[in-house]
Design a protein around this ligand. Sequence first.
Ligand SMILES: *Cc1c(COP(=O)(O)O)cnc(C)c1O
Length: 228
Amino acid sequence: MSIAGNLAAIQTRIQRACADSGRAPSSVRLVAVSKLHPAALVAEAAATGQTIFGENYVQELVDKAAQLTCPVAWHMIGHLQSNKVKYLPGIVSMIHTVDRLSLAQEIDRQWRDKLSAVCDILVQVNVSGEVTKSGTTRAEALDLVRAIAPLPNVRIRGLMTMPPFFDDPELARPYFRELRQLADQISNEQIPGIEMTELSMGMSGDFEVAIEEGATLVRVGTAIFGER
Ligand SMILES: *Cc1c(COP(=O)(O)O)cnc(C)c1O
């Protein structure tokens, strides 16, 4: 199928999952994950009205952004090294993968020095505890949020997670639910300047389950652009 056809099919499935769980369709935004696909495919998707694109690798993101002539919003969704943050101000509008204070401090510094602006970020939580996954632990998430909160040039908008891969998306449900519960707990702490309005969770194989559990940003790659 075409990218336009894939996008339309995904939007229909998002709307159905929202309807099934009593949520407004406007409460879920699609992040089209374009990693390892050329800028021409991003342009093709953008031409159909898709606005948010997710990338994992800084160099690839910077190159692709330079090639695009239409306005899109880039979200950084991959593991991020502090020494690469300096390439991102002015390019990305959200960073989903903040899992340590030192990284938040570097984002704060770069957004202050280069833009005098505030960067929207999500705190990545490793809810499954798999050693191969990035993310702060469930136990440390609240302390990390508290530590980041005073930084003036970053704004925490919510949480992000990546559960283990399962063939059956139902098996991912407990991890999505746990992220939602953690966001509710952090929200109840009423930390000044902290919003827990965004939950970035769900990919090609499990985004409907994620929506049922409260996802506001679903990160879908393969189902839009095909295999990488
Ligand atoms: C690649 C990637 C996705 C998209 O995965 P698909 O299974 O291709 O939809 C989503 N989130 C992250 C963090 C990724 O690295």
